[in-house]
Design a protein around this ligand. Structure first.
Ligand code: BGC
Ligand code: CA
Length: 441
């Protein structure tokens, strides 16, 4: 109690200092969280590691079997948030994009009085294969459900579409999915998920692009003429399949993330992708940290313009207080608009103004990427973070993981006292406590 009072006083002093001299390094706003035993001098105030701003991003703390949010991790302290994107809205968009493509491709052939080229073997079945990223990742599950929902192949289990991989289902006998139907003009096609698999490599890395490249080669060798469409939970796996097989075959392939290479491939026959607005997410990841460190309203430069003029509009994100989560909104990227998305590493213009070091002095941030070889995080998200860290005067240490071993990452968090804030991208969504236990020591 005495200690808490002393800490509060120290924090108040730091605050009043800040009020009369903006050059002074500031401490963050005092929090109600019970301070842990480790304290560090954070430039003017005593802040425990457990009180420092903490942002989870890309992998939301949650139970990997039930999807239930880990509220303990999400409310670790008063300055804890999650930054991601609206998984259901994006999944629905991806499903619609695939169905729209199929429908208009068939319609175009019918209109021209030609044979329907999308149904490659002419069997009246539109066969597709699905690359699944990570069966324990909410976002991956949502995308699998979105594709099956739109294509009519989903089966409800306990109020939600079964998202399990099916293995091979060329004969349509699977009990995990069902055959759907799609009517274009006066022809009704059967839609069948021919095969799906979680793309996990032999050492356990998920969303694994090379595994997807191997899978399509294997599938194509045994039932290639049945594959009319490829759907992937992300671009990394989708592009691996495109490069290994589908580009040459002219089989439309759909991904997710709007990575630069996938967007460029739309000109070469890649069917389309979804932008999860990584430019907005990367900004939010660092912006909430900035705001917490500056002790300003958390909405500054987000829903409310900051002094530099940075502000986001409601059509690109929303905040959900109950889950302490910021969610970016998704946009479909197709042949119609892909030219606007060719570089996935460009910052979002409305939030690209430099902050002043007077009001936002340089601070040190520890940030990890769960897998340094993840196409999306390393090729799109991290370059964006690196652009924003300059604009927001944050000195960020980027730690790259191997996608498998949480301990390799947490080992790099050996000296949290050195940092003013933390941004975490877990290997497994269940593992939040591996990080918070270090910060609580
Ligand atoms: C991306 C995937 C990525 C995953 C990593 C997802 O949001 O779409 O490409 O592999 O995040 O967690
Ligand atoms: Ca067919």
């Amino acid at each position: 109690m005495k200690k808490a009072l002393a800490l509060l006083l120290a924090a108040m002093m730091a605050f009043s200092l800040f009020a009369c001299n903006s050059d002074t390094e500031t401490s963050q706003a005092p929090t109600s969280e019970d301070p842990g035993s480790t304290t560090s001098d954070n430039g003017g105030g005593t802040v425990t590691n457990a009180e420092k701003p903490l942002v989870w991003f890309n992998r939301q703390p949650s139970n990997s079997s039930t999807g239930e949010l880990d509220m303990e991790a999400l409310t670790f302290n008063d300055n804890t948030y999650y930054v991601g994107f609206d998984a259901n809205q994006g999944a629905e968009l991806q499903g619609e994009m695939v169905v729209d493509y199929i429908t208009s491709s068939i319609q175009a052939d019918l209109d021209a009085g030609e044979e329907v080229s999308l149904d490659r073997n002419g069997d009246g079945i539109i066969g597709y294969v699905l690359a699944i990223g990570d069966i324990g990742h909410n976002d991956s599950i949502a995308r699998t459900r979105g594709a099956r929902a739109a294509l009519g192949t989903g089966i409800q289990v306990d109020g939600a579409i079964n998202s399990e991989p099916i293995g091979i289902n060329t004969d349509g006998s699977s009990t995990i999915v069902q055959d759907g139907t799609l009517t274009v003009g006066d022809t009704t096609y059967t839609v069948r998920e021919l095969a799906s698999q979680a793309m996990v490599n032999s050492s356990g890395a998920t969303w694994d692009a090379p595994t997807a490249g191997n899978a399509i080669t294997t599938w194509a060798a045994s039932f290639g003429d049945q594959i009319d469409v490829i759907v992937s939970n992300n671009d990394g796996m989708g592009m691996a399949m495109f490069n290994a097989w589908s580009q040459e075959q002219g089989v439309p392939t759909f991904g997710y993330d709007a990575n630069s290479d996938a967007v460029a491939a739309i000109a070469q026959g890649f069917g389309g992708t979804i932008s999860q607005h990584a430019d907005v997410q990367a900004y939010l990841t660092l912006r909430v940290i900035r705001n917490a460190l500056d002790g300003v309203d958390i909405d500054t430069g987000i829903g409310t313009a900051d002094e530099a003029g940075n502000v986001l509009s409601e059509d690109v994100y929303y905040y959900d207080e109950a889950s302490r989560s910021y969610y970016a909104l998704n946009v479909a990227v197709t042949a119609e608009n892909y030219e606007d998305f060719l570089d996935s590493t460009v910052t979002y213009a409305p939030v690209s103004n430099q902050l002043s070091e007077e009001t936002s002095p340089v601070k040190n941030v520890w940030l990890n990427i769960y897998n340094a070889s993840d196409n999306f995080l390393s090729g799109t998200y991290q370059p964006l973070l690196q652009a924003y860290d300059d604009l927001l005067n944050l000195n960020v240490d980027y730690i790259g993981g191997d996608g498998q071993t949480e301990a390799n990452i947490t080992n790099s968090l050996g000296n949290p006292d050195q940092y003013d804030a933390f941004a975490i991208n877990m290997v497994r969504t269940d593992n939040a406590a591996s990080y918070t236990s270090i910060l609580s020591q």
